[in-house]
Design a protein around this ligand. Sequence first.
Ligand code: ATP
Ligand code: MG
Length: 299
Amino acid sequence: MKEVQLQRIQKFIAPYRVTRGQDFRLLDFHPGDTAAFKTEDKREARKMLARGVRWLSEQQEMLYAQDHWAVLLVFQAMDAAGKDSTIKHVTSGINPQGCRVTSFKQPSSEELDHDYLWRCSRHLPGRGQIGIFNRSYYEEVLVVKVHRELLEKQKLHPSLLTDDIWTQRYEDIGHYEHYLHRNGVLPLKFFLHVSREEQKRRFIRRLNKPQKHWKFSAADVAERQHWDEYQVAYEQAIRNTASEHAPWYVVPADNKWFARLLVAAAVVDAIAGLKLQYPVVAADKLEGLARARRQLDTE
Ligand code: ATP
Ligand code: MG
């Protein structure tokens, strides 16, 4: 990729990238924001997305061939914000062998018998891989914070259930991500920021379309009553865990085409930063290749 193209991408994603949480306020970010794009630019945005996806699929082969780095894409959002379809679009050109999506739901009893990072660690991407977490260990400071009764199910000894528990969790998550980064895993975190009104529109659309009924859950509508608590929990999670080595992207998600483009651009930027190249083959291996070639030619 040309330097000027990369600079353009960096300029595009910069307003949504959070690496220092101190002054972070969710109110400064608008779910309906589409940067300089207007609705009539949608087609252009789609073409750009397609170019980004093509580039990613080429890079993913190099990532795999090099076998040094792993990329971890973490997706968090309120229901119907478009996690599934964003993941589908952004990974659409990637070789399935080099990419794995894991969805984290309510923990099983086996999972509750372990520390909360355990189940996520088991699904971390290996070197050369892109791992995608559809929800993640962040649920531990989001849904568990909003519904404190979930904490009671975690079998922690009462002496560990202190008032500091959320601060401790932010800290531990921060350290965990630092640890991952130091081990060659690049964490990128996306909060798909949808508005309450748009969520309602999407729920109604699901109710109106029989082929979307399977996606509808009455529990999701009940969860809307906790909207404000979730917004506070997201703000605090981002404020306390944004860092240079594990940035958050606050992705305006009322327009799906824009959210997809922004996520793809952020992934392109992170992978471009690795300056990937195919591994250089050692001289003795080259000799072996020449021998194999001769053998095939004389068959
Ligand atoms: P979609 O609704 O688009 O299919 P989803 O990610 O909302 O996707 P669901 O099966 O609807 O999937 O919901 C999973 C639920 O599990 C979410 O409500 C989430 O908050 C909850 N969950 C995830 N991790 C935990 C956790 N550690 N503790 C408690 N609940 C969790
Ligand atoms: Mg759901």
